[in-house]
Design a protein around this ligand. Sequence first.
Ligand SMILES: *Cc1c(COP(=O)(O)O)cnc(C)c1O
Length: 223
Amino acid sequence: MSEPAVVQRLAELRQLIARHATRGPVAICAVTKGFSADVVRAAEELGCDAVGENYAQEAISKIAAVGDAHPPVHFIGRLQSNKVRSLVAVVAVWQSVDRASLVDEIAKRAPGARIFVQVNATDEVDKGGCALSDTAALVARAQTAGLRVEGLMTVGPTEPDPDRTRSAFVAVRQMADDLGLTGCSMGMSGDLAVALAAGSTMVRVGTALFGERPAAAQKPEVI
Ligand SMILES: *Cc1c(COP(=O)(O)O)cnc(C)c1O
């Protein structure tokens, strides 16, 4: 990662947001999974609103390495309940909350925590997120448990398809509005414009800022 290249790409991202955003200010969550702690520091220096991490152990060791020099950490990866306790000290916002057991564990370990409920709007198996039809109940459960539900989070279809991507994002935005939630975390490097047009309030951007991830980052975590 060369710093001038990232500065340039961040400027381009901000321009893209200015062109396509439809819901006011859009936060930038810099996805640092797979990259070194230096990239987390760079995200801080560049003024990114958040850093997104997917893997518990990686997040914990990188945040330990950077000390206070990091934007708020948003956990965006598949999350096992038994990892919550070890993550409480580093995670500011839990974006991948997709089932009741996880709601209960976060409410127990981090009372009042800020969360997004993750929705799988494309019914792809093997993908995180609750079904659209289960979203209202899960949001209600989280609110009852005292969590601050800031919005919904979703990941577009794995196979790029502009029509499916658009309809998934529109459905999640609609669901957030129906539930009175302002936040909508959607849009990654490959589908930013579509997500912004549909009403995203936070994009999660990795490769479009920092370039290709080191190959090891693709592998699921084994602890
Ligand atoms: C990796 C990841 C991203 C960022 O993906 P890019 O294509 O690199 O922008 C965003 N959201 C989630 C949930 C991810 O796992």
